[in-house]
Design a protein around this ligand. Structure first.
Ligand code: SAM
Ligand code: SF4
Ligand code: SF4
Length: 375
């Protein structure tokens, strides 16, 4: 086997302190970046810890007992997260996704969900509040999450074959418990549930059709399976292009077993291309971040566990919003909104479109890890 070198660099501290404009205008929800893209979706990482060690995300060799996870005092508090989410909503954010690390490991997460569920857009509508999880704690928590106001969940599951899945999560976690978590989420009303499968060629691509078959036949259309191309996020997963199976091939394999027809996208900025089974038995989605870049309408911002704002999944530097929240000057929401507005207006990130080019290599020279800013 070829030897693999894993760079050990910690970029978590590379962040610029945002400037607070002297004259802060009240946000009007019409923010646009340098490429004309609005701000619509905020992904919030609530912990950098995880009880899995998926090789494509937190390889064991790097995230071992010597890895320094963030101490509690560095994390944003629930009040700080909620305050920022409220400010982002003023700028047009209508969708919040909690992620991590494994978000269900954050203590009393229901309390945060309750606070976020109470937020409203300037038009008075609740925000679309969801969460991505490995489902290991979902049996225990689904009821409380739904009662707190969570609307939906996305569950990650990379194989139905128990041996393959245990190898991929690298902590010997069984498929049956994830399926029990999905059932608990359905029972709690957290549907429609999306199930994400990251496809790695030669590792779990033989599971594509069995996964499609299983989710067609179970849960009565309340679960939508989506296949994600293995991405070159972070620097620790030793990503190689030959391990990416293009989504076109995923669709072709499913189509050969169960004929498919393409469906219309439901929302601008939606990452998944949707395919419906020709016999009406539901749909599947493919997310082709590598082979078909969708930066053109990317409206997503990411907030790290300790309050740094990232404008792209492949960014190297964040913007330290926590420094503003904790500044002795006591900035108002309007001032913080103005700082965020100025940051978004300067955004020109479009890494997936530049992947493979010299410009892309410069832009992503020190990408942060997915477990730190969330998926
Ligand atoms: N721990 C939770 C989970 O696994 O659902 C939430 C955080 S995880 C970083 C969010 C999503 O990112 C998961 O669906 C995971 O499969 C996906 N992901 C992580 N690393 C990836 C990679 N290299 N390529 C594609 N997707 C990846
Ligand atoms: Fe943990 Fe999710 Fe990353 Fe897997 S993908 S290691 S479950 S954060
Ligand atoms: Fe958005 Fe960056 Fe992904 Fe492009 S590469 S779609 S800009 S997160």
């Amino acid at each position: 086997m070829a030897e693999r070198t894993i760079p050990l660099i910690d970029h978590r501290h590379a962040a610029a302190r945002p400037a607070v404009p002297r004259f802060a205008a009240v946000p009007n929800g019409l923010l646009s970046d340098r490429l004309g893209r609005a701000l619509g979706d905020l992904r919030i990482s609530v912990t950098d810890r995880c009880n899995f060690r998926c090789s494509y995300c937190m390889p064991k060799e790097v995230f071992d007992k010597n890895h320094r996870f963030l101490p509690h005092a560095e994390l944003l508090s629930f009040e700080e997260i909620t305050r920022l989410a409220r400010v982002f909503a003023l700028h047009g954010v209508h969708k919040l996704r909690l992620t991590g690390g494994e978000p269900l490991l954050r203590k009393n997460l229901e309390v945060l969900i309750e606070q976020l569920a109470a937020l409203r857009t300037p038009e008075g509508a609740p925000l679309d509040l969801t969460l991505t999880t490995n489902a290991s704690l979902l049996v225990r928590k689904a009821g409380a999450l739904a009662a707190a106001g969570l609307k939906r969940v996305t569950v990650s599951l990379d194989a139905l074959d128990d041996a393959v899945f245990r190898r991929m999560n690298d902590v010997d976690f069984p498929v049956a418990e994830v399926l029990a978590g999905i059932e608990a989420a359905v029972a709690a009303g957290l549907a429609p549930i999306k199930v994400n499968m990251v496809v790695k060629r030669g590792i779990n691509d033989h599971e594509i059709v069995p996964m499609a078959r299983f989710f067609r036949d179970h849960f009565g259309g309340k679960v939508v399976l989506r296949f994600i191309e293995y991405m070159d996020v972070g620097v620790t997963n030793g990503w190689r292009m030959d391990e990416v199976l293009p989504s076109a091939q995923v669709v072709a394999r499913i189509h050969a077993a169960f004929p498919l027809r393409v469906l219309q996208a439901t929302a601008l900025g939606e990452t998944a291309e949707r395919w419906g089974y020709a016999d009406g038995a539901g749909e599947v989605g493919v997310i082709s971040s590598v082979t078909q870049a969708f930066c053109g309408d990317c409206n997503r911002a990411r907030l790290s566990t300790e309050g740094k704002l990232y404008l792209c999944l492949f960014a190297s530097r964040g913007h330290d919003l926590r420094a503003l929240l904790r500044d002795p000057a006591g900035y108002s929401d309007t001032q913080i909104a103005a700082a965020i507005g100025a940051i978004w207006q300067g955004r020109d990130d479009r890494y997936s479109e530049l992947r493979g080019s010299a410009e892309g290599a410069v832009a992503s020279a020190a990408k942060v890890e997915m477990s730190y800013i969330g998926g």
